[in-house]
Design a protein around this ligand. Structure first.
Ligand SMILES: Cc1cc2nc3c(=O)[nH]c(=O)nc-3n(C[C@H](O)[C@H](O)[C@H](O)COP(=O)(O)OP(=O)(O)OC[C@H]3O[C@@H](n4cnc5c(N)ncnc54)[C@H](O)[C@@H]3O)c2cc1C
Length: 475
């Protein structure tokens, strides 16, 4: 029997499940197919983000930060902790519960919005008149017909040539989130968001962490002042970060992993780690989709080709999230999912990549939106810059976390905000003010004249805006 829908979404990561909910809200008969399973075989919608990405990494970051505070900063508050221990198994079990709550939450949302959920692999089977045929293979087989298909099949970890991930000693992000005990020595290949977050978790719990990065610059995509501050602070915390390296050999033993590499000076170096995390980026995934069967165009790097509106080369077939161009971020995937559902409904969904925020959840956190100073310089833009350190912010002092600063870049003539860059406590939350300001085309003066609660970390944003005009009040 064939089930008929208006919209079929393949993949229930943040791009897919949000697209399905929005399509259903707009009155379309909607189905969503996803193949991720829990250990007991039950469905685990939410994709990479929920199962082995954003959510579990933040759960572990929180646990490890609590441990670090108990060991290092509580004493300053007069709180004495005796016999502090870390139960890694309990921490991992809590992380798994947080993930399961999110899986269940999505299943609940599907029910609430009347999205038909199919647990299995979705693949293109052909066309029947105007409708696309999509087959589901899994515990239950199904044949679906739909006028519109949204491909949201996400991404997979980028492999390091010649290095096999076994998730025993050599780990991808899934393995990095499940190391059974605190390693003595942990190697991380790749100083990107995932590598730094995972390295931070295990460093806080006591591991000696070495991060090996092939690129010559540390956090090259980040504003250079922020990257410089981050390198200083992470190094002070005990992370060893080696840039400009080239890995030449990885040998996996029973109890360790031996890595040989040439350093930036061209000298051959060797290191042995209990575990090696490989986090050198992600690649789009279309593996099980049978894209070729219907002629869905995939580019040389594996991305489904789309235009600015997420339309593929096939009529009424759309693609969103990590499987298409643009930042590989959960919130970008979600916004594209909403925009596509609205376009299908004849509305004018819109996603502005210039105002997509980026966050690295290390401590201090790093967050930014818009252009970096080096981008403005390269583009020949005439700008002004204002910076305010958390050291001069009363709330940060009360928190006991005064590292970092807020930096605002604004066009010299119009004063329109072009970029907001934050390294410091709660940067992930503070950046929203910069996003809102940029979405509304605000000037730095607009931010500077808005009343901010006192004492709050957000006052540092106001002060950075004042600094653009050289008139901070608290520095
Ligand atoms: C460790 C880590 C931490 C991260 N932290 C953050 C963060 O803090 N913030 C952030 O914004 N981003 C973060 N990301 C990135 C984020 O997870 C991705 O950008 C996001 O998940 C992309 O969403 P998506 O819907 O495009 O794809 P995915 O989340 O990858 O979901 C795709 C889904 O489709 C399924 N699927 C694939 N093919 C088929 C098929 N043929 N049939 C059925 N199902 C299929 C997959 O199994 C998966 O469930 C992190 C990633 C990692 C690895």
């Amino acid at each position: 029997m064939t089930d008929q829908f208006d919209v079929v979404v393949i993949g229930a990561g943040p791009g897919g499940y949000i697209a399905a909910i929005r399509a259903a809200q707009l009155g379309f008969a909607t189905a969503c197919i996803d193949d991720w399973s829990r250990a007991d075989g039950r469905p685990a919608p939410g994709g990479t983000c929920t199962n082995v990405g954003c959510i579990p990494s933040k759960a572990l970051l929180q646990s490890s930060e609590n441990y670090e505070h108990a060991g290092h900063t509580f004493a300053d508050h007069g709180i004495e902790v005796k016999g502090l221990t870390m139960d890694v198994a309990k921490m991992l079990a809590r992380k798994d519960r947080v993930v399961a709550q999110n899986n269940d939450g999505i299943l609940y949302l599907f029910k609430k919005n009347k999205v038909a959920f199919f647990h299995g692999i979705g693949s293109f089977a052909g066309k029947d008149g105007d409708a696309w045929q999509v087959n589901v293979s899994g515990q239950k087989q199904a044949q679906l017909l739909a006028k519109h298909v949204i491909v949201a099949t996400g991404s997979r970890p980028r492999p390091l040539p010649g290095v096999a991930i076994d998730n025993v000693r050599v780990l991808d992000n899934a393995g990095a989130l499940a190391i059974p005990s605190v390693p003595k020595k942990l190697g991380v290949v790749g100083a990107g968001v995932i590598g730094l977050e995972m390295g931070s978790v295990w460093r806080r719990l006591g591991a000696e962490v070495t991060v090996l990065e092939a690129l010559p610059a540390f956090l090259g995509a980040v504003d250079s002042a922020v990257a410089k501050e981050a390198l200083k602070l992470f190094t002070k915390q005990g992370l060893t970060i080696d840039t400009g390296i080239a890995i030449t050999d990885v040998k996996v033993g029973k109890k360790d992993v031996a890595v040989t590499y040439t350093d930036a000076a061209g000298k051959v170096q060797g290191a042995a780690f209990d575990y090696l995390i490989v986090s050198i980026g992600r690649i789009p995934y279309t593996g099980a989709l049978e894209a070729g069967k219907v002629g869905l165009k995939v580019d040389a790097r594996g991305f489904v080709e789309v235009d600015g509106d997420c339309r593929t080369n096939l009529p009424n077939v759309w693609a969103v999230g990590d499987v298409v161009r643009g930042p590989m971020l959960a919130h970008k995937a979600e916004e594209e999912g909403v925009a596509v559902a609205e376009r299908i409904a004849g509305q004018h969904g819109h996603v502005d990549f210039n105002t997509v925020p980026w966050v690295i959840y290390t401590s201090p956190e790093i967050a930014w939106v818009g252009q970096t100073e080096q981008q403005l310089q390269a583009g020949g833009v005439d700008y002004r810059s204002g910076t305010f350190p958390f050291m001069a912010n009363g709330r940060a002092r009360a928190l006991g976390d005064t590292s970092g600063f807020v930096k605002i870049l604004a066009d010299r003539r119009s004063d329109r905000i072009l970029g907001v860059h934050i390294i410091g406590p709660q940067a992930s939350e503070l950046i929203s003010e910069g996003v809102v300001a940029m979405e509304f085309g605000a000037s730095s003066e607009d931010l500077a004249r808005i009343c901010h609660a006192h004492p709050s970390l957000s006052e540092a944003t106001k002060e950075a805006a004042l600094a653009v005009d050289g008139r901070t009040l608290n520095l």
